[in-house]
Design a protein around this ligand. Sequence first.
Ligand SMILES: [Zn+2]
Length: 354
Amino acid sequence: MDTGLNTTALGTPTHRFLPDGLDADLLSLSPLQFARALEVPTLVRVPGAGMRPPRAFACLLHGDESTGLEAALAVLRRPAVRAFDLYLVIGNVPAAVADGGFAHRFLDGQEDFNRVWGLDIDSPQRAAAAAIHDHLLEADLEAIVDIHNNTGNNPFYAIVTTDDARDVNVATLFTTTVLRWDLGVNTLMESMPPDVSGIAVECGLPGLPESRAFAVDGLRRFLGTRRFRDDRVRFDVDMLGNLVKVRVRPEIDFTFDGTLDTHDFVVADGADTANFVDVDAGHVLGRVRPGADLPLVARHPRGDDVTHDHLAVTGDGRVVLTHPTTPVMMTRTVPAARKDVLLYLSDHLPPPRG
Ligand SMILES: [Zn+2]
């Protein structure tokens, strides 16, 4: 095949563009073998009949989230002639193939590949993202779905950046549990122009057959739906939003399964099982030694510190929420919490009317 490899002026490979689809040899590979064959962030175009605007999906923007690639290969292995060109973004391939495969969200020295879209080019990740972004803009997409996994226990849910009817209708091809994302953190979906429905889908933990089956089901509906209605929202949805980021303070040594003998903060056992569950004031996130300060910081998307509006430490060292809220995306590993957040707090929003 044409290797489609693009390089910088210094000869460093940035990304591949494969405009003629994937050949049978590539499609027959396992997800990890496939990622190894690509080597770098890759954009594939699977040509269609050109009767409808192109659609796209993205996977592996986080290198440890394998479900999207598993689902993409499963869907693309079935021969199909579509009315539209289909684009597939395979994101942080170097992170995906390192250390035995699907072990790193991003590598040390890299930027998070889902925080680099629409920014000035001053890193290899931004250069690859910008080049892929240019192709996607030129393609004049109708919609793009970015497929992710969580690092903790969560239901399947979709993420939208607006409550426009078409965006919500694309989301509900996957699920009616929907999160409204207004963080402005340079994700792929946020970088899309307003006339492109850009959503993300979170498919539970990676590596599980139910995660893969959920992604395959949704992708087939996404590809098999003739038109995305934009005049009204088709289905009732549960919409959560007003996200507040909760991070562990960088100087705090914390653990999910250790003790306060050796750590400053112990996250409550099974804390991630409260994801998407409405909890009352007093809900315990973890413990510190009695008299210790709050180990967490809470911020609004705009950066305002709202720690003391949402969190407190009791006299005996319980770290608690101070209002009824709905925790989402609580992780269960230290590296994931360090690289992103420990959890978000959310509120129920009125259902979109479209
Ligand atoms: Zn992700």
